[in-house]
Design a protein around this ligand. Sequence first.
Ligand code: PHE
Ligand code: ZN
Length: 848
Amino acid sequence: MRDATPEQTPETVHLADYAPVPVTVTHLDVSFQLDPKATRVSSRLTCKRQGPGEMVLNGEGLKTLSVTLDGVPLDADRHTLGDRTLTLHGAPDEFLLETVVEIAPADNKALSGLYMSNGMYCTQCEAEGFRRITWMLDRPDVMATYDVAIDSDLPVLLSNGNERAAGVWHDPWPKPTYLFALVAGDLVATSDSFTTMEGKDVALNVWVRPGDEDRTAYALDALKRSMAWDEEVYGRAYDLSVFNIVAVDDFNMGAMENKGLNVFNSRYVLASPETATDADYANIERIVAHEYFHNWTGNRITCRDWFQLCLKEGLTVFRDEQFSQDQRGYAVQRIGDVMNLRARQFREDAGPLAHPVRPESFVEINNFYTATVYEKGAEVIGMLRTLIGAEAWDQGIALYFERHDGEACTIEDWLAVFEEAAERDLTQFKLWYSQAGTPRVRVTEHFSDGLYRIDLAQSVPPTPGQPDKQPMVIPLAFGLLDREGNESRPTEVRELTTAGDSLTFDLAEKPVLSILRGFSAPVILEFDRPDADRLTLLAHDTDAFCRWEAGRVLAKDRLMRAISEDAEFDAGWLDAVATLAQDDNAEPAFRALALALPSEDDLAQSLHEAGIVPDPERIHLTRRAAQMAVAERLANALPDLRAANATPGAYSPAAEDAGKRALSAGLLKLQTMRDGGAAARRVYDTADNMTDRMAAFACLLDVGDPDVAAQFEADWSHDRLVMDKWFMAQVAHATPVDAVGVAERLTKRADFDPSNPNRFRAVIGGLTAGNPAGFHRADGSGYAFVTDWLLRLDPSNPQTAARMSTAFDSWRRYDADRQALVREQLDRMAAADPSRDLAEMVARMRAA
Ligand code: PHE
Ligand code: ZN
């Protein structure tokens, strides 16, 4: 039995131990003779000494056939060939190192390195996958140019850079190993072209399996819009003559920004109105943009070491969020991004897996592709821009591109350009990178004798390894409204830099404070205030985020009191919800967001923070009762409201129609609570697009319609992406009592292939994330079922097993019986000799 905390594990890597390599590699010549069971990889590395020390190359699972230095086979005393390292003793200052290895891509189910998916070869090298292909310095501060030759009978042979001959590629841009890619298969392209602002013609291709080519148009369109946007907003142009995107069915993550050859999980490429929902379209647009934007923020300027991951990821998420705001409208996009941040990052920050935006140690780097590094990393950049202002931001980022192009950088390099541009010391701001945990800001108001005072107090909770925290610099955007709801003071930003501070204003009457406008900092606001103020904000605030937030706080307050004290849902709140739902002056997408109640997980966390032990079943039932109360309040208005938000004519994925469909879906859910599914059945039978069909499908599952699952399957069993939705929806919409049984039954089907991460996530994630009351059943059956599947997946795909294990990270919220049941499963995983990936996650969660 392995029982190690991260601190005790010998393989822990520390930021403080960073040292540059003594010998670097400036160029790679690699040739591949592809074969499923015995692919031969011959590589020649151009090596150059930079300092004293031995060269240690990385390799994993390689069958090494030969090693030569400057053409001469290496004697035993000049090298040591270990399990995962190849050490050269006394290498000269400049030399060529040649190795020949053999690997078996068909046996690679980890989906890291070179593997096969439906007969196609593809690679995934971030973070440390290249070492599973050949011997190399597999770390991001070693940047080399590449020549790649692919020998195979397959018709399409792709790698990074520009193509010189069939299957022969040259990448002139020095890059780290993690950006290497190779794809070979029977693929078809949808093609287009783009002329850059520098006048360069770029061929664009989206490669898919034959039969999928009618679903590529939207990804290609999103790519062209991304290219134009990065030129317009950041002055960044593309730098090769071809940009390839490939869709692959078996992929651990969303997509990968390999230089000139982005590889995508097919669910984030393929879309048609009949098969993809509005949410799918929005994700495709965002992820295509994200990977494209990496060409500058990640590829041209990369990370010195993996501790700096947020340097590329936080910045690139920030950029893709800006892009989506421009494409789809600021307010709704921002609210959606905040909801996502709170659901995933705040949860992470509140539990045993909390870590800083820039972690200081890790066992397995793949465990740190987290909401904290990505989404909180993006929020930190947004705060930086708010604090220094748009002008200094523009100057600083221009300086960053100019100064660091072609380099592998750190957060210190990043902050230095802004210190220069803004002439501001960012020492305190840097705490956002090193202190984990979500800061809390307590707000109290005082009014007397014409003086209005706001007292602010901040605190950062303890997190693993960080018991005490220093005060952060927190930008607080705020404005004031008068009692009638007119804005009396427009938005301004004040900085809270100490544990406590006050703002004062001379005013004739007490105003209504609108604070944390636009969610100006990733903090939790603690602000006890009269309902009347919240209702004023909900009806009138000019800041869409604060307007939505007022409604959210009201709803959460009602739900929490109903859960803990059996309180009734009062007419005042229901009237406010109904008014907003019917307010034709507000965008439909905004109204849809305002109508949605806080999630069960959100409520569980909030109850826990209020000192109440959450009961998942009770949360589930109370939330449904609240939905019923809203449905009753809107009652007869529902059919007309839905009709008013119909989207007749051909389906368009654009934001305006998508917003109407989102509102209609929310209304249909309410109507289903009253009519037992009659309206949903009509929508299901007549829908001409997957968005409406899925909305109706979910409603029909909620009311236990006996036929709809079989009908859906009969229509779509041939389509793997649509069937993922079918698998997931059935688990997510099962009653809590049935959920584990439904999930278990689905895993017994022939088309449940656990080695496909999308399918695995559909069923297991459908339970853990989609059906919290089912997952947390008091008998522990959900915990045992999920653990069984994690342990089955772990030997072949540790990355996805480790990632899915985060379902257990909230276990300390619950009652003693549930905690004992979870601990039993965590112990079981620890005792099962898990992968390094899963072992690290379990150790961190058990330590809580
Ligand atoms: N770098 C990828 C992205 O952010 C994510 C990724 C990480 C993909 C590791 C695969 C493996 O877009
Ligand atoms: Zn990224």
